[in-house]
Ligand binder design. Structure first.
Ligand SMILES: [Zn+2]
Length: 265
């Protein structure tokens, strides 16, 4: 058995019973085109990242696809090689999970593709984030009155951040996780949802939803799962439509503002 490398191409050889070496055609593998779409995502999202590519080669061959962390060079995910044909588009879905189904960490990654046993070639970069923004589409702020810690009547303070958006705009899970509560509180929160993020100690409260949420307590959700719509229920009647968003870490309130501003990407 002899494996000879010609640059990026791999040539294999067959040893006959008589001991003569008969080279097979060189594979001449060349990655032609391809990409990852979308390039940025949260691991465990409703929509996977699609890896698409096309290659040239002298014949069908088993192709290896790996997602590699930039910097460390560590492979976080490899796809089982399949014998596939050159000159066609091929597609695999990457959901941001490793081989054991755990969330892959945040950071920059590179997808490499190549023949099994041969050098892998760079296809595209991708980026994974820990969270996504809770409102889909255009959104704004209520100014000082909507900030974390702002005064409220009865000596209360504002325990979340108000994010304005048109009534009816979709609200989505900022990360994959589990629903802790989905209920209604006519006096304050209106229709609301509380979820816990997966592999972290944080919980998220979404309040003033237009209608009661379709999710139920105990349900697992992926990042981007629809939790409801922006509304003005509870004590938000008469205010501009907005999401009241609270973040707790191990039960302690956090200021959501610096967090959510880094979740716009
Ligand atoms: Zn609020």
């Amino acid at each position: 058995m002899a494996v000879v490398l010609f640059g990026a191409s791999v040539a294999t050889a067959v040893v006959t019973e008589a001991g003569a070496v008969t080279p097979t055609t060189p594979l001449k593998f060349k990655l032609e085109r391809g990409t990852v779409s979308p390039k940025q995502a949260v691991p465990g999202s409703v929509k996977s990242q699609r890896i698409i590519f096309r290659f040239r080669a002298s014949r069908a061959t088993p192709v290896a696809i790996r997602v590699i962390k930039l910097g460390s060079g560590r492979t976080v995910r490899r796809f089982a090689p399949r014998k596939i044909r050159p000159g066609r588009w091929h597609r695999v879905n990457f959901n941001g999970l490793d081989r054991k189904g755990r969330l892959v960490g945040t950071g920059k990654y590179q997808v490499r593709v190549g023949p099994v046993g041969g050098p892998l070639q760079k296809l595209s970069r991708l980026r994974l984030h820990g969270h996504r923004f809770p409102v889909v589409g255009p959104h704004g702020s209520r100014g000082a009155v909507g900030m974390f810690g702002a005064g409220r009547n009865g000596g209360r303070t504002h325990e979340g951040l108000d994010i304005t958006a048109d009534c009816g705009r979709p609200l989505v899970a900022v990360r994959s996780g589990r629903i802790l509560e989905a209920a209604s509180d006519p006096a304050l929160k209106g229709n609301y949802v509380v979820m816990k993020g997966r592999s972290e100690r944080r919980t998220y409260l979404y309040a003033h939803l237009k209608r009661p949420s379709n999710v139920r307590e105990g349900q697992r959700v992926r990042a981007g799962h629809r939790l409801g719509s922006v509304g003005q229920t509870g004590n938000a009647a008469g205010t501009p439509c907005h999401l009241h968003f609270e973040v707790r870490s191990r039960g302690r309130l956090l200021n959501p503002e610096p967090l959510v501003s880094s979740w716009v990407w």
